[in-house]
Ligand binder design. Sequence first.
Ligand code: ATP
Ligand code: MG
Length: 183
Amino acid sequence: MKFNRLRITGFKSFCEPTDFQIEPGLTGVVGPNGCGKSNLVEAMRWVMGESSYKSMRASGMDDVIFSGSGNRPSRNIAEVALILDNSDRSAPAAFNDAEVLEISRRIERESGSTYRFNGKEVRARDVQLLFADAATGARSPAMVRQGQIGEIISAKPQQRRRILEDAAGVAGLHSRRHEAELR
Ligand code: ATP
Ligand code: MG
């Protein structure tokens, strides 16, 4: 599975629809302070199922919706779509029946968010498990936030274990077991 494209509309500073092509190899995003580099990475984490608005530097999930600027009114909807190339058919079983996988998340003010997988509505949990199984989720060590290296060094053993489990790709299994135990 490879990241192919990221489409962002109305999310944080991305007021206008913005389409990022992610080419093979290393991608660098450069720009002046405040131009939206971190917002771009947050959009990626958000579409992968991030549920903590605090970790998105927001004071509520609706805060991720474009709040207006000098000459542009605020929006009521934010949408992020991540398009994955699955031509190597390496996606986890439940998502592995298509060559191109499009996962999207949309939030409307005061109505919460909905997720879609190739046009079909799915649960947040399905999306979170897809990425946890692929070891690239919103919380995975594949996404390194500013200050996170320091956090790893000072983490308690229990937290550090979670990081290792994520890296080993067993985080999805763990959370399924936890869910089964609650039933
Ligand atoms: P730095 O180089 O300082 O890390 P950056 O390129 O990472 O900067 P971001 O933190 O991604 O910049 O973007 C910050 C900008 O996003 C600020 O100008 C802020 O006003 C804007 N922003 C954040 N949330 C929203 C929102 N909901 N609506 C409109 N603009 C927003
Ligand atoms: Mg930044």
